[in-house]
Design a protein around this ligand. Sequence first.
Ligand SMILES: C/C1=C2N=C(/C=C3N=C(/C(C)=C4\N[C@@](C)([C@@H]5N=C1[C@](C)(CCC(=O)O)[C@H]5CC(=O)O)[C@@](C)(CC(=O)O)[C@@H]4CCC(=O)O)[C@@](C)(CC(=O)O)[C@@H]\3CCC(=O)O)C(C)(C)[C@@H]/2CCC(=O)O
Length: 198
Amino acid sequence: MSRVVHPIEVESYRILRERVDLSHLPPLCRAVTERVVHASADLAYVDELICDEAALESGLAALRAGAPVVTDVAMVAAGITRAGLELVCPVAEPAAAELGRSAGITRSAAAVRIALTRVGPGAVWVVGCAPTALVELLTVDAAPALVVGLPVGFVGAAESKAALRASGLPGVSNVGEKGGSAVAAAALNALLYVEEKS
Ligand SMILES: C/C1=C2N=C(/C=C3N=C(/C(C)=C4\N[C@@](C)([C@@H]5N=C1[C@](C)(CCC(=O)O)[C@H]5CC(=O)O)[C@@](C)(CC(=O)O)[C@@H]4CCC(=O)O)[C@@](C)(CC(=O)O)[C@@H]\3CCC(=O)O)C(C)(C)[C@@H]/2CCC(=O)O
């Protein structure tokens, strides 16, 4: 079923495209960059976002095949708009707090370990808040189809995204401390909307 686009969103894209022309980008890079800018009203993402068309194609293929989507926090999961998607977000479960305590790690990092027991290779991982979740994901053997790595904050966010880029995993990230749940959800939604069009 095709998505009904609200007139405010149509107007937002009109304004965005008046301010910046991203038609030179490959289609998925353009879709993700435009949606992140649309969701944040922050044109700096045009230069700061690091998209890779092949990585996004890998994520899109996984979503089309029904791959689960793992998110670091509930806010990211709440921002992902397609019903019927298998969403995995264990951070609020007592087991994440218990593992965090016993292992001396954050609940967010513990949730990555727990999620790994529920999803196999080829999942799509979306990190929009917790840098330690992204760092943990890079230390385990998750074999993700795509990592949307857009955590936010002054402590470790920029470094965790640099580590994602250095890892060679298929990913989308940005340079710097900015990011956040809304931005990460928007990047994933861009792929879901491409998927819905086809
Ligand atoms: C250091 C942490 C940061 N969190 C930020 C911003 C927001 N966090 C929200 C919420 C509701 C949650 N944050 C936790 C993930 C919590 N946040 C942390 C941790 C202390 C460590 C994470 C890390 O450094 O990697 C983390 C606790 C943990 O042990 O993992 C959360 C689990 C806290 C909790 O409830 O115990 C919780 C998520 C709960 C859930 O999904 O069920 C905010 C909504 C809080 C708010 O603003 O009211 C907000 C969301 C921002 C967003 O766009 O996602 C910081 C300040 C960005 C910071 C990130 C690290 C840094 O570099 O500073």
